[in-house]
Each structure stands twice: as structure tokens, then as C-alpha cells.
Design a protein around this ligand. Structure first.
Ligand SMILES: Nc1ncnc2c1ncn2[C@@H]1O[C@H](COP(=O)(O)OP(=O)(O)OP(=O)(O)O)[C@@H](O)[C@H]1O
Length: 261
């Protein structure tokens, strides 16, 4: 399904945070959401997930997202929050199984199809070997992958992943991005916020850069993640190189005269 967001505005505690964001995501696309701390990336995702009030329009094909019940929304949009909280001492398998709740209702046992989807989500996030462990007893990166698997198991056309790669080791960062690409190849739309510029450049079809609640730039990574673009949005200088997998970006300093320091 195609996500179409027009003139999205959010205020929190009386402060305007998003000042009119418009963007679109097509099925099959992985779009990177970039921008400095406080730019509004999580707020944008939370608005789409129905966790904060917003004005403007948010549509998935012809469906008005704001008009959906929480249950109907949860069948269309999975939201992987940045804050990783596992409240209950469930096994990894049961926690990932919670992703199926919007589809089967409370109290019903998982169907064979649910079991299959749960198993493939566990495998996709490389947590199948942890399936019988209590999720509360895992490392931070393991918990992050388990929560990602739960969002994957929701099997929604739109996945919002807020910094899913943060805290993961390098192999699992790549695995995470590869997993998001695979979900997109199945026809889902993926919006993923990232602070790692190289991951964004190499794995995202497009990037959207926010700055102070405004859309600062949007387009192909190569077009947007330029020295000038990074200076304007982040205030950084970076070393650019490339290989067959795309751009490699290493921040080297700040553009306020401290570059290289
Ligand atoms: N409940 C709140 N009340 C008032 N302001 C808030 C509230 N929650 C967040 N903000 C502000 O909204 C702005 C955007 O925050 P948001 O979490 O969306 O940024 P972000 O781009 O996701 O940042 P980060 O990269 O640090 O995760 C920040 O300036 C933050 O201080």
C-alpha cells in the first residue's frame, strides 16, 4: 500500500514539533528517515502509529489512517519504537507471537499460519536460537532484535522502524538492513530512522532528512547525502568514498571550524 502524508503537524505539550511534513512511500521501498537528535523523526512515526495527535492527512492507499480503530491500524502499520521496553517475562517465541494479536484476537491460540509467520520472523531477525529464553534475560542487542521480530510478525503493509540498528553489532546491523530490504521485496513499505549514514546510504532506496520539524531534503541517498546536505542538516563534515555496495560516509568533524577535531 502507498503511504501518503500531507502537511502533517504535531504539537507536544503545547510546543509545535512537526511543522507540516509531506512525504510518500511506495510498496517495496525502504526509505531512510534521517536528521539530528530532536528533529522529529520519532514524532513523525508516533503520529503515523496513532500515539500522538496530528493534523494533516495520512493515507494508506484510500484509507484515512487517522480514522482507523487501533485494531484496524495495527493490521496496517507496525511500529518498532526507539525505546526498547520488555515488560513481561515472556519467552522470546511468545513475545514475538504478540505481533499476531491484531489478527487473531485475545485468548485464541496461534493458528498454523501464525506459527509459520512467527518462525519466519524469528529467523529473519536471527533470534530463533533464543526462542525458549525469557526475553527479559537477553542482552540489549538481542532484545532489540526480538522486538523487531515482533513488529515483523505483525505482517503489516507498512513498517515503521525507529533506529532498529542502534546497539546492534556490525554483523547484525547489516542483517537488520538486509531484513528490511527483504520485507520491502515482499511488497511492504518500510520507513526506518537511522543515525548511521553509511547504512542509510547503502540500504535505503531514498532518504528523507528532517531538521527542526521540517523536511530539509528528500531524494536518492547520493543526491541528498552530499557534503553540503550533511553540513546543512547535521553541521558535520564527512569523508566520502564508495565501493560496489554504494557510498561510505565517515563523519570527520563539525563544520563550525572544528572539522577534523
Ligand atoms: N512530550 C513532549 N513534550 C514536549 N516536547 C517533546 C515531547 N516529546 C518530544 N518532544 C520534543 O520533540 C522534538 C522531536 O523529538 P523526537 O523524539 O521526534 O526527535 P528525533 O528526531 O526522533 O530525535 P532522536 O534522534 O534524538 O531520537 C524534540 O525537540 C523533543 O524535545
Amino acid at each position: 500500500m502507498r503511504l501518503d502524508v500531507q502537511d502533517l503537524r504535531v504539537s507536544l505539550s503545547g510546543r509545535p514539533i512537526l511543522h507540516g511534513i509531506s512525504l510518500a512511500l511506495n510498496p517495496g521501498e525502504v526509505v531512510g528517515l534521517l536528521g539530528p537528535n530532536g528533529a522529529g523523526k520519532s514524532t513523525l512515526m508516533r503520529a503515523l502509529a496513532g500515539q500522538v495527535a496530528a493534523t494533516g492527512t495520512m493515507r494508506l492507499d484510500d484509507t484515512d489512517i487517522a480514522a482507523l480503530s487501533p485494531a484496524a491500524r495495527a493490521r496496517l502499520i507496525a511500529y518498532l519504537p526507539q525505546t526498547r521496553i520488555i515488560g513481561w517475562r515472556l519467552s522470546v517465541r511468545d513475545l514475538v507471537g504478540l505481533g499476531r494479536l491484531p489478527w487473531r484476537g485475545y485468548g485464541l491460540r496461534p493458528s498454523a499460519e501464525d506459527e509459520e509467520i512467527i518462525a519466519s520472523a524469528l529467523a529473519l531477525m536471527d533470534v530463533a536460537y533464543l526462542a525458549d529464553r525469557p526475553a527479559t534475560e537477553l542482552s540489549g542487542g538481542e532484545q532489540a532484535r526480538v522486538l523487531a521480530a515482533r513488529a515483523v510478525a505483525q505482517a503489516t503493509p507498512l513498517l515503521l522502524a525507529d533506529e532498529p540498528a542502534s546497539g546492534l553489532d556490525p554483523a547484525h546491523q547489516i542483517m537488520m538492513m538486509r531484513a528490511l530490504r527483504r520485507l520491502a521485496a515482499e511488497g511492504r513499505s518500510v520507513l526506518v530512522s537511522l543515525h548511521d549514514l553509511t547504512l542509510a546510504a547503502r540500504w535505503c532506496d531514498r532518504v528523507v532528512m528532517l531538521k527542526q520539524g521540517l523536511l530539509a531534503a528528500e531524494g536518492l541517498p547520493e543526491a541528498v547525502m552530499t557534503p553540503q546536505g550533511l553540513a546543512e542538516v547535521y553541521g558535520i563534515a564527512a569523508h566520502f568514498t564508495r565501493d560496489e555496495g554504494g557510498l561510505i560516509l565517515a563523519p570527520t568533524g563539525l563544520t563550525d571550524g572544528e572539522a577534523g577535531s
